[in-house]
Ligand binder design. Structure first.
Ligand SMILES: O=C(O)CCc1c2[nH]c(c1CC(=O)O)Cc1[nH]c(c(CC(=O)O)c1CCC(=O)O)Cc1[nH]c(c(CC(=O)O)c1CCC(=O)O)Cc1[nH]c(c(CCC(=O)O)c1CC(=O)O)C2
Ligand SMILES: C[S@@+](CC[C@H](N)C(=O)[O-])C[C@H]1O[C@@H](n2cnc3c(N)ncnc32)[C@H](O)[C@@H]1O
Length: 238
């Protein structure tokens, strides 16, 4: 019995790794999330058991403890268990928590990285998150900190040139208000919804007015001067 914590990539099913695809084709069980592209499941063996444990904002099909319990239970009954997660399993994916839960039960676990939406979505859209002379650093941060944490860890005074917010839609107004304490109100912002899929939608705004736009999750929010370069890149598209 081995559990594979596998990253499915940002949305486009072709953005999964060969290593991930190989193990999906051999899986006895696949325990999968909402943000994976379901087309990837078509590669599973016909008799593989598929278990959905996805989370929507405010609507978690299964609590994390329950998900950990299911993975452990399936690992004890099967040879190859794939835990398939959106993007990369360790970028805001609770992959670390699942790894610890499996280790505590002595279950062998292997990890297959995926292209995280934080980087793959802007890159696929043609937006360089670093650019010589314009952006030499980036920060990836959650826009939705776990409210049950003992201590807040997100303070919005990040110094990086480019800021990338995941899970950023629901709290956009509150978070941009905090950010404007440290960055000018006219700092360019762009939101990419459903990146790398046929439903991709890109919205441009500034820190001051991005919260007034119609943006729905899943979306990544990109903040910084790099967004102006991106506008130029798009305008010059042949
Ligand atoms: O802890 C919670 O889940 C409750 C707080 C909460 C979070 N996001 C949230 C909510 C509200 C809600 O879902 O009701 C709100 C939430 N949950 C989710 C999303 C993603 C989306 O729809 O765009 C969003 C953001 C929506 C938005 O842009 O406002 C779903 C979610 N949360 C999460 C995951 C990853 C996973 O569990 O495997 C997933 C995806 C699961 C799937 O594809 O089925 C996990 C999560 N939730 C959260 C975090 C940030 C933790 C931190 O650093 O403090 C993290 C990441 C982490 O723990 O490493 C916090
Ligand atoms: C809980 S986090 C999981 C991130 C994932 N592990 C990764 O590496 O991409 C979910 C957030 O990822 C971002 N996200 C995931 N897929 C996306 C997509 N196709 N387009 C835009 N944002 C996406 C959104 O910010 C969403 O709220």
């Amino acid at each position: 019995m081995v559990v594979y914590l596998v990253g499915a990539g940002p949305g486009d099913p072709e953005l999964i790794t060969l290593k991930a695809l190989k193990i999906i084709k051999e899986a006895d069980v696949i325990i999968y999330d909402r943000l994976i592209n379901n087309k990837i499941l078509e590669y599973a063996p016909e008799d593989a058991k598929l278990i959905y444990v996805g989370k929507k904002p405010g609507e978690h099909t299964k609590a994390q403890d329950e998900i950990n319990r299911i993975i452990v239970e399936e690992a004890k009954k099967n040879n190859i268990v794939v835990r398939l997660k959106g993007g990369d399993p360790f970028i805001f994916g609770r992959g670390g928590e699942e790894l610890l839960a499996l280790k505590s039960h002595g279950i062998k676990t292997k990890i297959i990285p995926g292209i995280t939406s934080a980087i793959g979505v802007p890159t696929a859209a043609g937006l360089p998150i670093t650019h010589r002379g314009l952006a030499t650093s980036f920060t990836i941060v959650t826009g939705h900190e776990d409210p049950t944490k003992a201590k807040e860890q997100v303070h919005w005074d990040y110094k990086a040139d480019t800021l990338i917010i995941l899970m950023g839609v629901g709290n956009l107004k509150e978070n941009t208000k905090e950010l404007m304490k440290y960055r000018p109100a006219d700092t360019p912002v762009c939101a990419i919804e459903n990146g790398t899929t046929e439903n991709e939608r890109i919205t441009f705004a500034t820190l001051e007015d991005i919260h007034t736009k119609d943006i729905k999750p899943p979306a990544i929010i990109i903040i910084g001067h790099i967004v102006n370069l991106y506008k130029k890149i798009i305008e010059e598209d042949p």
